[in-house]
Design a binder for this molecule. Structure first.
Ligand code: UT7
Length: 325
């Protein structure tokens, strides 16, 4: 039994925050942001909007494409670090909205790597024969938790959600292989320290800026390039494939320079790498499923093509999945 992606969907806020807008907020320039990151604009939710406002439509679009009713979904996984509430899980809100009555639902915290972790976990349920239809959503509202006075991070992140429906198939297609890793020794490279049990919600915690994202960008950058290339080779090897066999390479969209460096290290074929970081910035767990949906809806992924997805994020966590379309 294999797990095949039969539907994809995405939903992002209408509001666009351009680099010119950011020039008015922090000491930065369009030129710095474009040359260091490749980002030109990102989407930003309005006050009052929350993750499920985007995660639900993304999920509905994936179901519609697959032609599957919500009632037939056996498991809902939502990868996020910016859920609607601290609990219950946003996956439960999605489960109710799509009508997947009584189906198990859980959120998954692996930051930017969360969607690929979720895809690989959903695949396990299907391959074990414990589920036939698994909905995997990746979504974030990171503009709500960035520090708008920290120019090194606030220019990077954006909001949105993407989703896929995984379905059981007897055919030799779908998720062929994957690799997943973490290194908790580097937990403080990217973190949101406050609001949990280590530093509970308090005025002092908020005043100290602990409720916002903190990142040691340059160290993260170097780790990301090495790990993304390594884990991609590992996942491809599991399927007896190599980088030259990849038709579409969909890396986490954090920084165009990271994407280019990983593409070069791997030596995937020219034109195989999909990039949309210039329009959305880093949407963390949403970045890979948004890119996949754009590519899929444009009709650019052909039957039988090999799609390599890879991501890296806080934890540290990193993972890849290889899909035969
Ligand atoms: O999604 C999870 C994984 N996250 C990532 O993969 C992100 C990885 N990191 C990065 O993408 C890059 O490290 C950044 C884009 C965050 C930063 O680029 P960098 O080339 O690593 O720059 P840097 O942090 O070494 O900073 C270089 C200079 C510094 O000034 P000095 O000390 O050289 O005078 C910064 O203060 O750039 C300055 N700087 C800025 N200048 C204008 C930092 N942010 C800005 C800014 N505008 N927004």
């Amino acid at each position: 039994m294999r797990a095949r992606i039969t539907g994809t969907g995405m939903s992002v806020p209408d509001g666009i925050l351009s680099n010119a807008d950011l020039e008015k907020i922090v000491d930065t320039t369009d030129e710095w942001i474009v040359t260091r990151t490749g980002i030109k604009e990102r989407r930003m939710a309005e006050e009052g909007q929350s993750l499920s406002d985007f995660a639900i439509p993304a999920a509905e679009r994936a179901l519609e494409m697959a032609g599957v009713e919500g009632a037939d979904v056996d498991l809902v996984i939502c990868a996020t670090i910016s859920s609607d509430r601290l609990f219950p899980a946003t996956s439960c809100i999605i489960q109710d909205a799509i009508g997947a009555k009584d189906a198990p639902a859980f959120d998954l915290s692996a930051a930017c790597t969360g969607f690929i972790y979720g895809l690989n976990i959903g695949t396990q349920f299907i391959e074990a024969g414990r589920a036939r239809n698994v909905l995997v959503v990746g979504g974030e509202m990171l503009t709500q938790i960035v520090d708008w006075s920290d120019r090194a991070t606030c220019v990077l992140f954006g909001d949105g959600a993407g989703a896929v429906l995984l379905q059981a198939t007897e055919q030799n297609r779908g998720v062929l292989g994957y690799a997943m890793h973490a290194d908790g020794a580097l937990a403080d490279l990217i973190e949101r320290p406050g609001g949990g049990s280590r530093s509970p919600i308090s005025h002092a915690m908020i005043d100290a800026g602990l409720a916002n994202i903190r990142m040691r960008g340059n160290e993260t950058f170097k780790k990301a390039v090495r790990r993304l290339a390594e884990v991609s080779v590992e996942a491809l090897a599991e399927c007896e494939l190599g980088p030259r066999d990849v038709d579409w390479f969909i890396p986490h969209q954090a920084n165009k320079r990271i994407i280019d460096a990983v593409g070069q290290r791997l030596a995937v074929p020219d034109g195989a790498t999909y990039v949309n970081v210039e329009r959305y910035g880093n949407t963390s767990a949403a970045s890979v499923p948004i890119a996949l949906d754009e590519l899929n809806r444009a009709g650019r992924v052909e039957d039988g093509q090999i799609v390599l997805m890879t991501a890296f994020g806080s934890g540290l966590t990193w993972a890849s999945a290889v899909v035969k379309w």
